[in-house]
Ligand binder design. Structure first.
Ligand SMILES: NC(=O)c1ccc[n+]([C@@H]2O[C@H](COP(=O)([O-])OP(=O)(O)OC[C@H]3O[C@@H](n4cnc5c(N)ncnc54)[C@H](O)[C@@H]3O)[C@@H](O)[C@H]2O)c1
Length: 236
C-alpha cells in the first residue's frame, strides 16, 4: 500500500516568518493581494506585521473580513465578489481555520467558476484548476488548515456543515509564525492547543498511521517480526 502525502511546496516556521511573505509574492510577480482575515485579528494589530511587509514591497492589498467562525456559503460567495471587484491576483489568508477555509473556497471558485454555488464542492469535487496562489498564515494553533487539503463550510439553510477535500486547494506557501498567535485570548489558546494535541494523538494511534506519524507502517505492523504498536517509552 502506498501512502499519499500532500504538502505545501513551501513553508516557513518560526518567529518573524511573516517577513518572507513579500519575497514570496514579488518573486512570482504578484501585485494585488486579497487579505482574508478575521475582525479580531485585524483589530489586534497583528496584521500590521504583514501589511508593513506588503507596503515595503509595493504590493497593493484589500481586506476581506466578512468571515464568521464556521464560515458560511454566503461568506465564500461575498469573498469571490470582493476578490473580483479588487481585481486581486493572489490571496493572503491570515486567521484561524475559518479564514483559511473560506480562502480555499474563494481561491477554488475564482479558478473553477462552475462551482460558484459552493455546495457542489462538497466531498471530492472534480475541480480542474488549482486555486488562486495562496499564502496561509494561521493565527490559531488548532486546525492546521494551512497544510491540509480540506475545508469546511456551513450551509445555513440546510443547518449542516460540509467538508470539501481537494488537492487543488492546498496553499502554495504556509507561514507558521508563533507571534501571529499571541493575540489569542486565553480560552482560544487553550481550545485550539487541545485541538492540535488531539490531532497529533489521532495521527499517532489511527490504523491509518504511516511513517510520517513515527509509527510502524501498516505493512510492517502486520509482518511477523513487527513490533506491535505501543506508546513510546518516556524517559525522564
Ligand atoms: N481545513 C481543515 O483542515 C480544518 C480542520 C479542522 C477544523 N476546520 C474548521 O476550522 C474552523 C475553526 O477554526 P479555529 O479553531 O482556528 O477558529 P476560528 O478560525 O473559527 O476562530 C475562532 C475565533 O477566534 C478569532 N481569532 C482567530 N485568531 C485570533 C487571534 N490570533 N487573536 C484573536 N482572535 C483570534 C476569530 O476571529 C474567531 O472569532 C471551523 O470552521 C472548522 O470546521 C478546518
Amino acid at each position: 500500500m502506498a501512502n499519499r502525502i500532500v504538502l505545501n511546496p513551501v513553508s516557513y516556521h518560526g518567529t518573524g516568518a511573516v517577513a518572507e511573505i513579500g519575497n514570496e509574492l514579488v518573486s512570482r510577480g504578484y501585485k494585488r493581494a486579497f487579505i482574508a482575515s478575521g475582525r479580531h485579528v485585524v483589530k489586534s494589530g497583528e496584521i500590521k506585521k504583514i501589511t508593513d511587509v506588503l507596503d515595503a514591497k509595493g504590493i497593493a492589498y484589500t481586506f476581506y473580513t466578512d468571515i464568521k467562525p464556521n464560515p458560511t456559503i454566503e461568506n465564500v460567495q461575498n469573498g469571490v465578489k470582493a476578490f473580483q471587484e479588487f481585481d486581486a491576483d493572489c490571496i493572503v489568508a491570515v486567521g484561524g481555520g475559518s479564514v483559511m477555509d473560506t480562502s480555499k473556497a474563494i481561491g477554488i471558485i475564482i479558478n473553477n467558476p462552475e462551482f460558484a454555488d459552493v455546495r457542489s464542492l462538497e466531498g471530492v469535487a472534480p475541480t480542474k484548476k488549482h486555486a488562486v496562489f495562496t499564502i496561509a498564515v494561521p493565527t490559531t494553533a488548532g486546525t492546521a488548515a494551512e497544510v491540509t487539503i480540506n475545508y469546511v463550510i456551513t450551509d445555513v439553510e440546510k443547518k449542516r456543515k460540509f467538508v470539501c477535500v481537494d488537492v487543488n486547494d492546498i496553499p502554495e506557501v504556509a507561514v507558521v509564525d508563533p507571534e501571529m498567535m499571541y493575540s489569542m485570548p486565553k480560552p482560544l489558546t487553550a481550545a485550539t492547543g487541545m485541538d492540535a494535541l488531539t490531532h497529533a494523538i489521532e495521527g499517532y494511534i489511527t490504523k491509518g498511521h504511516c511513517a510520517i506519524s513515527e509509527c510502524p507502517s501498516p505493512a510492517s505492523a502486520t509482518a511477523p517480526s513487527a513490533v506491535p504498536w505501543r506508546f513510546p517509552t518516556l524517559t525522564a
